[in-house]
Design a protein around this ligand. Structure first.
Ligand SMILES: *Cc1c(COP(=O)(O)O)cnc(C)c1O
Length: 357
């Protein structure tokens, strides 16, 4: 294996760590971070771990103006016997490069970045929370840094990884959310940036999210950008439906983000011989299934919540209550199994878990 030289500057002070039961999401950061720079003609250079600190950028840095930036999200867990685990991290690095390609950002060396991530976590390992449901959230991201107001790909970039201890998504146990079907705004269109994890997708989703939350719904169900008919995703999660014993998730159609959790859920279901299909599915079909009492469960999947059961859809002034607003059996089983594999308490027949040594 290639040896990567990553320069390390340790912090001379250590921040106070929050209590495990006081952890929220993404507000507290560890003592160190990883950085590396890209300069045209030189490529990516100076990979380094440094004390966590603010960065200085030129106000003309292109990321501020045209949003050329990509990110990833994954988690690390500490097992009872103090082993550090990552869940399928190579998939996140691959996806980062897919996003890079779409945003005209130069490709990163996935192996170097993974090696850097492992070093960073090892240095900040005391920050990995251990209480049930907690983890260390990992945020790799890239921003364009060239000070230039012309519209073209930047000639310089910065790659960073920051770490944040996060609390249990479900403090009172896994529970369903209410979702509003979005019929005005769209998240992505075919040919757009829906398959990339890029900042702009999130900026453009805020308005729908805000309006839904004012009505008491925690997320929106996105429909396709052309006909507003076919189901795409829910909030920033992929979505699954269990209809008459079969699990259905929208096929990757060129505007849906391919989640690592989505892929894992499909593999788990296949492993259990539960019928699962990826195909186009319309909101009308969901409504039909609901009306015929065949819509058994619905859930979102993503790194943050892992599984988010859906207890209600609001569509055309009607409330579609699923499974009496309770968490379905399959949703619960998937949640328990996948989080168990991730935190090392369940067997990992797929070889998904990577130990940081
Ligand atoms: C990140 C993301 C997901 C979920 O992906 P995971 O790899 O499972 O965390 C789904 N949809 C969107 C839009 C996302 O940005």
């Amino acid at each position: 294996m290639k040896d990567y030289i990553i320069d390390i500057t340790l912090s001379s002070t250590k921040k106070q760590k929050p209590q495990s039961d006081q952890l929220g999401f993404g507000r507290v950061f560890t003592d160190h971070m990883f950085m590396m720079d890209y300069t045209e003609g030189k490529g990516w250079h100076d990979p380094r771990i440094v004390p966590y600190q603010p960065i200085t950028l030129d106000p003309a840095a292109m990321v501020f103006h045209y949003g050329q930036s990509v990110f990833e999200g994954l988690k690390s867990y500490l097992t009872k016997d103090e082993r550090i685990l990552l869940f399928r991290p190579e998939r996140n690095m691959q996806r980062l490069n897919l996003s890079n390609d779409r945003l005209c950002i130069p490709q990163i060396d996935e192996k170097l970045v993974l090696a850097a991530l492992k070093q960073l976590i090892t240095i900040d390992r005391d920050w990995i929370p251990t209480a049930e449901g907690t983890s260390l959230y990992i945020r790799p991201f890239i921003i364009s840094t060239e000070p230039y107001l012309g519209v073209s790909p930047s000639k310089s970039y910065r790659f960073m990884i920051i770490l944040s201890p996060v609390g249990s998504y479900y403090k009172e146990g896994i529970h369903p959310v209410k979702i509003a079907v979005e019929s005005e705004f769209v998240r992505a269109v075919l040919g757009g940036t829906g398959t990339a994890k890029t900042a702009g997708n999130y900026a453009s989703s805020l308005k729908a999210q805000e309006e839904a939350s004012e009505k008491g719904y925690s997320q929106v169900l996105w429909l396709d950008g052309l006909e507003k008919k076919y189901i795409e995703e829910v909030g920033s999660m992929n979505v699954f439906f269990k209809i008459n014993g079969e699990v259905i998730t929208p096929a990757l159609n060129g505007s849906i983000l391919e989640g690592v959790t989505r892929n894992s859920i499909i593999q788990l279901l296949e492993h259990w011989d539960i019928p699962v299909v990826e195909r186009k599915i319309s909101i009308d079909e969901i409504y039909q299934a609901y009306s015929n009492n065949l819509l058994e469960e619905a859930f979102g999947t993503g790194t943050a919540a892992v599984i988010s059961p859906i207890g209600e859809f609001f569509w055309r002034d009607e409330k579609l209550v699923i499974n009496n607003g309770q968490t379905g059996q399959l949703s619960k089983k998937l949640y328990d199994t996948l989080t168990g594999i991730q935190n090392g308490t369940e067997p990992d027949p797929f070889g998904w878990v990577v130990e940081v040594k």
